[in-house]
Design a protein around this ligand. Structure first.
Ligand code: A2P
Length: 282
């Protein structure tokens, strides 16, 4: 990847810009509008949204106010847990499209898998959500479809269907590499996207990463984002601060050495969201 507009290619041949702009925890209203505009102005071409972030109206406004042509932008959203199932998913999709003021999405994801702990029919529920996504995909309303927070045992049933997921968006940052999920996805040509690539800011004070940053003359945030890319993962850093938005996209003028990649790859868990998709109660 040479710059922020370069792309990965999904298993259906669609291109996806290699760094996405995350909008989780971005306050709705003017903050979200200004942040999305700042991201697009600074070169981001990929916006990662979700219904549950409760800011899609503002994200949509930011997109419109940026003046960017729709086809130059890659926009993702996600169907929230309360809207699982065939009919609900179709309804959730319409709502999101309406809020974002778009007439298609580039990528739509199942936000979290239905799991055994909460549903006896968890697998059927995931399949009926997937059926709606597949129909929307085939109708051209969504250009690519995928999942988020799915482990291999959640993905298994979907892999037997007509259209296989193109993306799995998971928590991924130093100390949390979810190796089993990542290797399953690699084997099946599913691109991994990293949510919270900075561990929601928790990585930034880590002494190992601080000294790595010093060595390369880069911030810890830039090290984390670059490290994702060098692992073939698509990072989705979130910031509402203009200088950080720019900083997080400025990761294409250095390369982490193979040895240093190994050092970061072998860091032990030192913090994360604590959310395990098999255990969550939301
Ligand atoms: P803010 O949005 O106030 O700028 P993640 O992407 O892992 O979820 O992390 C997001 C958190 O990290 C937010 O609190 C964000 O703060 C902060 N953050 C994002 N980029 C940087 C950066 N380059 N330097 C320091 N903090 C950052």
């Amino acid at each position: 990847m040479k710059n922020i507009k370069d792309s990965y290619v999904l298993n259906n041949g669609k291109k996806i810009p290699c760094v996405g702009y995350g909008t989780w925890q971005t306050p709705d209203g003017e903050t979200a509008v200004a942040a999305v505009k700042a991201a697009i102005e600074s070169g981001y071409r990929h916006i990662d949204a979700a219904a549950v972030y409760k800011n899609e109206l503002s994200v949509g406004r930011g997109i419109i106010e940026s003046g960017i042509a729709r086809e130059e932008l890659f926009v993702t959203s996600k169907v929230w847990n309360r809207m699982r199932g065939y009919e609900n998913t179709l309804q959730a999709f319409d709502r999101t499209l309406n809020d974002l003021k778009l007439d298609y999405l580039d990528l739509y994801l199942i936000h979290w898998p239905a799991v055994k702990k909460q549903f006896e029919n968890w697998e059927e529920l995931n399949l009926s959500t997937w059926k709606a996504m597949t129909e929307l995909y085939k109708a051209g309303k969504i250009k690519s479809i995928g999942v988020s927070n799915f482990k291999p045992h959640h993905l298994k049933a979907l892999m037997e269907t007509e259209v296989k997921p193109m993306v799995n968006q998971i928590e991924f940052h130093p100390g949390m590499m979810q190796e089993e999920t990542v290797s399953f996805c690699r084997e099946n040509d599913i691109l991994i996207e990293a949510w919270s690539p900075l561990g929601s800011g928790r990585m930034l004070e880590n002494p190992d990463l601080l000294s790595m940053g010093e060595k390369y003359g880069k911030s810890v945030a830039q090290i984390c984002i670059r490290w994702c890319l060098q692992n073939g993962v698509l990072p989705l850093p979130k910031s509402v601060t203009p200088s950080r938005i720019i900083e997080n996209g400025d990761v294409f003028d250095f390369e982490i050495s193979g040895d240093d990649m190994k050092v970061i790859n072998s860091l032990e868990y030192f913090g994360g969201s604590g959310h395990d998709s098999d255990e969550v109660t939301f």
